[in-house]
Design a protein. Structure first.
Length: 121
């Protein structure tokens, strides 16, 4: 009788672990940041906050321009709570950005004031 109870307990624990694993695997919080791209955003201005500049494994490819921008951004040293303000960080980023010369997802112009969004997708 003890052997049957052990098998039942083992099966119950195994199924519980399996269910928890699939819940974690399928939860939106655990999905890769790379699955979020510019086409899922309402507009490019939703991309703000702590930004890490990377050479690979980027979420967005961005070109810095002097005119014809999709948004004007301002770099800040404090916690970026407003839209179109970016704080450059080395870790704990909200988005990973790669600066490119062509093939960009969107274009930005860096400003000291007058930041704002000029293009909605």
């Amino acid at each position: 009788m003890l052997q049957i109870e052990n098998i039942y307990f083992f099966n119950l624990v195994s199924m519980t672990i399996l269910i928890l694993f699939f819940q974690i695997l399928c939860s939106p919080e655990s999905s890769s940041d790379l699955s979020y791209n510019i086409h899922q955003a309402q507009n490019v201005c939703e991309i703000y906050g702590r930004i890490k500049l990377v050479q690979n494994d980027e979420q967005f490819r961005v070109r810095v321009v002097n005119y014809g921008e999709d948004m004007r951004i301002r770099y800040v040293d404090y916690a970026p709570i407003n839209l179109v303000t970016w704080k450059l960080v080395h870790a704990g980023e909200d988005y990973r950005i790669k600066l490119v010369d062509s093939g960009e997802d969107f274009r930005i112009r860096i400003v000291s004031y007058g930041e704002g969004c000029t293009k909605k997708l």
